[in-house]
Design a protein around this ligand. Sequence first.
Ligand SMILES: [Zn+2]
Length: 440
Amino acid sequence: MAVGAILFQLERSQWWPAEMLWRHQAAQLRLLAAHARRTVPFYRERLADLDMEADDDRFRDAWLRLPILSRQDVQAAGDDLISADLPESHGVAGDIFTSGSTGKPVRAIRSQLWQLFWSAVTVRDHLWHRRDFSGTLAVIRDSAAGKAPYPDGKRADNWGRSTMALFRTGPCVSLNVTTPVDLQVEWLTRADPDYLLTHPSIVERLAGHCLATGTRLPRLRQVETIAEALRPRVRELCAEAWGVPVADMYSTRETGYVALQCPDSEAYHVQAETMLVEVLDGSGRPCQPGEVGTVVVTPLHNFAMPLIRYELGDVAEVGPPCTCGRGLPVLTRILGRRQNMLVMPTGEERWPMLSSGDIRTLTSLAPVGRYQFVQRGLDLIALRLTTHRALKPDETAALQKWVQQKFGYPFNVVVETVEALQAGPSGKFEDFISEVAGGR
Ligand SMILES: [Zn+2]
């Protein structure tokens, strides 16, 4: 079983010293870069001068001089970033859509080999946090319309393909993340899960609601969080509301797992066997422990669409070696975005983030460069877009209708094309802004 073989390797490599990890990374980076230069048009010139024969130290210096790949670059490159010759052993490629934390829709292609590594790290997280596979896992995550709708949600008899490949598990129950919070709590009470996997901003609301109403989740043992920056307050709330700890994960749709919380501390371990993670200061130098910089990643095994020195748009603090003894590099904090909520005319708050399918639809309706939603009133939403040409009337009408369907209410929708969309005062770009009192 391929996932098992990778996992067995990961069990050993997590204890390797940093220098040994770098030697293995450097070998894989050379293979990736040579493949990209040979088969991916975008990299032909960009990597022309990279000396693959250099020793590891000189290769590291050369690597640090390679240009950073921005989301804008990825968007502009389009199919030029896709390999014309994916090695047969990497399986077939599949695509997903994401906007990350930048509002710029990006199509990413990932190979089956990449997915095997993704699966292995998924199971690593379960093993690190000593989860009882016989328990019930509740997931509040999918935002696509009609997926796992309240009141029943969706039930599967296992925790998913990755875990099922190696372990017998209990059931996994899921609920659409756009469900209002009081109904999420009601569903959770019925589901009575051992583990809950969702976004930090949802956990915050769930725990707050449970505290206010005295609702307990008696079987709950641990909360797993994904996809947003986790604030310390959310850990405290989980302890207060349910008496359970939080295990956080740092991952993105297009790159996979960046770092997982250490089982023995609140630090994060970079998943160095599957990704090179660089944290760079303002002048592009690697940050030292205690310093904060921008996160730049290179997934090591995705030869279908190599992302080399890809800037995620997040900021992180580098930490000293972890007391647990693992050699995997440490991030102390990840300062990413936090999701704003949509306020419905009824006062309910809803999760407005776009799913991969939503982004696929949005970009099929109009030539969208970058997008941002602004809720200007209880029944008024502006969809702000950068486009390379003026929108046609039928495109505008289609966008308006789609926004109403997506958010489940006949909002007045204004479509505005703008020259540029800028980051907010925090320095972070937000794809959903609420100007409505009560929204954040
Ligand atoms: Zn550790």
